[in-house]
Design a protein around this ligand. Structure first.
Ligand code: GLU
Length: 913
């Protein structure tokens, strides 16, 4: 048992080892060779083979094919995978028979011979004929038309043709499609009232056939198609989804379940640089993979396989060829196209394939053909989101577009694109969205001129074509203008805009001489000055009514005649300015209220100064763009910059029609100077970027170009406000539907999404990002308001305290001097509000009848006592310029005080009178 196992392992490893040396030949047409060669190479790598590929030109005939087959035979290939088909394959087959080389074909064929070295990976004609007949029965077609492309074998639909022979089954007609334009034949079929079609055409012709059928109106509700080619559902059929047409076809692969297919697609995309999904892989590409797998499984079974260089001229045959082919035909291999089983003639009869249908929800698998029976298992398809009453449904419209970015571009593709596929852009996506909602089909036509009334009174461009029924809709950056509205209707607007000026960003300039003043906005400076004045007044007032601010000017005199107050106008202003300048001053408040107000003022100045200093650097260093003009009027007034707009468009019409004198003059200048008007936005932008040229264009275009040309900017405000709409015939019955659908798209944010996509993301969008405004930010009142509020609140509180203080002093005096409170208050306020005189006589009661000095001295002591205590609170700093001038000390006799008293009475009476 053990020895048997070792033997088996040895055999297998030998086989695998030898397989690594084996070469598989590939013979493909040049125009398909790239994809098929990649598929062959990938599959060969996977199963340890090497490859040799020969390319055949379509025109290349027997001689060229013979040369290639013989060359492959010389290279010791163990089999040829042939992608040519038809007559070419027949010839390859003849040679392979002589050389006894396995010939694996991946195209439909109708060779039947037991002895031939043929293996056909493509399902046999029998399989197709049976499946098609079942489908037609299922659909209960009583009549149908077979459409086939000239030169294409009809083997796959042979049985269907015979269905017409037994009269009770069906009426069958056949139409041949030849040349490049199938429309004539299709129109004829339509004219004869055919609705059901079986289409047998090669994969590469499918797209064109579908397009032509749509163009002639053969893709509507009443039309039904069965396609023989299993490549139908590898195409993008989205444009036919809503037309109501019924399309049925086959698919060989089981996309959902096969991990090999996903892996193979990934590798295929990597090698080819394509980005296709597994279901988009063409049948031939997949069959190349399966062919290699079939060879691999057979090679494992042939003992000691030896490749051999064969010479065609010598009619040599490969001794291992027939046994390899036998194993290929008898093995049961699981490929990507499911189980590969062959009959004695190398044909795949027993094939399983999916039946697919195109529905408004996309491609749907509706059943399977399991080799014998058709099993239909149609899934629930949700109703399409189309308004049933849309009269646009199933119709095909000609839509005019202009290749103006980002509304429409020619698609960048390595493949040759035709029809609608050539275009992409905002307008293309918008029409597509509308078609999905309203269920119509469309065909684009490029018309570069938007249209106006020309000097001879004739309509031009898109407007003319719409009026002449040459097209149904026009969509681009088509501005709704009064003039155009006379010639056609517009849909509800889908975008709003205005004319702006696009100009190249000028070089930066150093800051101006007095830029330090720009740190605060003008109003902040004004308020600061006002506040300084206000605080000075408040300080004087508060100082005057605060009892403790009245100080003995001559400290050596114990009982001074007069008291002085430091809050003169000059001192108050000096205190305020000193703190603004962060220098302080010699003035130091003594009483609570002035101290409080001073503290709040210091806080205010701290905030203001810190804000100023913090922002100042930016103002002194940031270099600014100094624009050569800021408005259209300034642009019109200068001579060094020229300007212009698109020569045929609503922008130049705006200047032409304007009543504004400036605009009129500008229009004349643009008209009279050669080179000022341009043919397209792109041209205008290029000139603006490279010279001193201001380009008038619409804000939507400005936004678009600013995203891609970082040195361009918009100067000034928009000159007007208008919108874009979809153009259509006057009183068009489709307007209501288009309007409704556009509103829905707007409300759902779809239009904005498309705008962001085409402005900011696709085709170079987002290059410049958010332009950072480097400009230093000026501090305005809204930045500094908090500091002003704190100051205001502090002042109010300080004032309140000082008023209470004054009341208390007034009360005490009224009690002491036995006067009324009111009298003392009026006296005090009169004195305080005079705002003049910073000297105040010491108030004493009138002399008693006995005039005793004793009593007087007692009074004076009392008053001075409080002054002394106040003086001790007083700081060592001199508080008054006046006081410092009295810094020398002199003694006063008690008689001096009585003089002072007399003065005070006099003072009081004079001030009260
Ligand atoms: N949107 C303009 C028009 O409808 C074309 C661009 C322009 O004139 O700036 O004519």
């Amino acid at each position: 048992m053990f020895t048997k196992a070792v033997f088996l392992v040895l055999i297998t490893s030998q086989c695998v080892l030898s397989a690594s040396q084996l070469v598989i030949g590939g013979l493909f047409y040049e125009d398909e060779a790239e994809d098929l060669a990649v598929a062959l190479e990938l599959s060969a790598e996977l199963y340890n083979f090497t490859t040799s590929v020969k390319q055949v030109s379509r025109r290349g005939q027997i001689l060229e094919i013979s040369e290639h087959v013989c060359a492959l035979a010389k290279e010791e290939v163990i089999g040829i995978i042939d992608g040519t088909g038809g007559r070419a394959s027949e010839h390859v087959q003849a040679l392979c028979d002589i050389l006894e080389l396995p010939h694996i074909i991946i195209e439909p064929n109708d060779f039947y011979s037991k002895n031939w070295t043929l293996l056909s990976l493509f399902p046999s004609p029998d399989a197709f004929n049976n499946a098609l007949a079942e489908l037609i029965d299922m659909k209960e077609w009583n009549n149908f038309t077979i459409l086939y492309v000239k030169g294409h074998s009809l083997k796959l639909v042979e049985n269907l043709m015979q269905m017409g022979n037994s009269s009770e089954r069906a009426t069958v007609s056949i139409r041949e499609l030849s040349g490049d334009d199938y429309r004539d034949v299709l129109i004829e079929a339509k004219g004869q009232g055919y609705y059901n079609f079986v289409v047998d055409c090669p994969s590469k012709k499918l797209e064109q056939l579908l397009l032509h059928a749509q163009q002639v109106g053969l893709m509507a509700d009443e039309h039904s198609y069965i396609f023989v080619s299993p490549d139908l559902f590898t195409l993008d059929l989205s444009r036919y989804r809503y037309g109501g047409v019924n399309m049925t076809g086959f698919r060989l692969v089981h996309v959902e379940e096969d991990p090999n297919l996903w892996q193979f697609t990934e590798q295929f995309n990597e090698k080819t640089g394509k980005g296709i999904e597994p279901e988009q892989l063409k049948t031939k590409v997949i069959l190349v993979h399966d062919a290699v797998k079939v060879i691999y499984e057979a090679v494992k079974k042939v003992h000691d396989i030896q490749p051999k260089a064969l010479d065609c001229e010598m009619y040599e045959a490969w001794p291992h060829g027939s046994s390899l082919l036998n194993f290929m035909r008898t093995n049961k291999v699981e490929g990507v196209t499911r189980t590969l089983l062959f009959d004695g003639q190398g044909q795949r009869n027993d094939v399983l394939f999916d039946i697919l249908e195109l529905t408004p929800a996309g491609n749907q698998t509706i059943g399977v053909w399991d080799g014998n029976v058709l099993i239909i298992n149609r899934p629930f398809v949700p109703a399409p989101d189309i308004s049933e009453d849309s009269i646009m449904r199933n119709k095909t419209f000609k839509v005019l577009i202009a290749l103006t970015p980002p509304y429409a571009y020619i698609k960048e593709s390595s493949e040759y694109l035709t029809g609608n596929d050539q275009y992409e852009g905002f307008a293309i996506d918008l029409i597509d969205e509308l078609s999905k909602r309203l269920g119509f089909n469309y065909e684009f036509e490029v018309e570069p001129t938007y249209g106006n009334l020309d000097s001879s009174g004739k309509w031009t461009g898109m407007v003319a074509k719409i009026r002449e029924d040459k097209a149904e809709f026009a969509i681009c950056d088509l501005t709704i203008t009064a003039e155009r509205q006379k010639g056609m209707d517009f849909s509800t607007p889908f975008m709003t805009l205005g004319i702006g000026i696009l100009y190249k960003e000028p070089s930066k300039q150093p800051p101006e001489m007095f830029s330090f003043m720009a740190v605060f906005a003008k109003d902040v400076w004004y308020y600061m000055m006002f506040v300084q004045m206000g605080i000075a007044v408040i300080m004087i007032f508060v100082g005057r009514i605060s009892y403790k601010e009245w100080q003995n000017p001559v400290p050596c005199v114990e009982s001074p005649e007069e008291l002085s107050n430091q809050f003169s106008f000059a001192n108050s202003v000096w205190l305020i300015i000193g703190s603004v300048m962060q220098q302080g001053s010699e003035i130091a408040p003594i009483a609570l209220a002035p101290r409080m107000i001073t503290s709040v003022w210091w806080f205010f100045t701290m905030v203001m100064v810190a804000s100023y200093v913090g922002t100042l650097v930016a103002f002194l260093t940031v270099e600014k763009n100094v624009l050569p003009f800021n408005t259209v009027e300034e642009l019109a007034a200068q001579k060094s910059i020229y300007y212009g707009a698109k020569s045929k468009g609503s922008t130049i019409s705006f200047f032409k029609e304007s009543n504004n004198e400036v605009y009129k003059k500008m229009y004349q200048k643009m008209l009279n100077n050669k080179g000022w008007l341009v043919d397209s936005n792109d041209e205008g932008v290029a000139i603006a970027e490279n010279s001193t040229y201001a380009f008038f264009t619409e804000s939507t275009s400005i936004e678009y170009y600013k995203e891609r040309h970082c040195d361009l900017l918009q100067i000034g405000d928009l000159l007007d406000s208008k919108s874009y709409g979809i153009g259509m015939k006057t009183n068009s019955s489709y307007k209501k539907y288009i309007d409704d659908a556009l509103l829905q798209l707007k409300e759902s944010g779809e239009i904005q999404r498309l705008k962001d996509l085409w402005w900011k993301e696709k085709r170079g969008g987002g290059k410049c990002g958010e332009q950072k405004e480097e400009e230093a930010k000026q501090l305005g009142m809204k930045n500094m308001l908090g500091a002003f509020v704190v100051l205001g609140v502090g002042c109010v509180i300080g004032l309140g305290i000082s008023i209470l203080d004054m009341f208390w002093g007034v009360f005490k005096r009224s009690v002491k001097y036995k006067t009324t409170f009111k009298y003392e208050l009026v006296e005090e306020l009169k004195f305080a509000l005079k705002f003049s005189g910073d000297v105040k006589p010491v108030k004493r009661p009138p002399k008693t009848a006995d005039g005793s000095e004793e009593a007087l001295n007692e009074e004076a002591k009392d008053e001075l006592g409080s002054l002394k205590s106040a003086r001790t609170i007083h700081s060592g700093r001199s508080t008054s310029t006046k006081r410092s001038s009295h810094s020398h000390c002199s003694r006063h006799s008690p008689s001096d005080l009585s003089v002072a008293f007399a003065k005070r009475r006099q003072y009081n009476s004079s001030s009260s009178s």
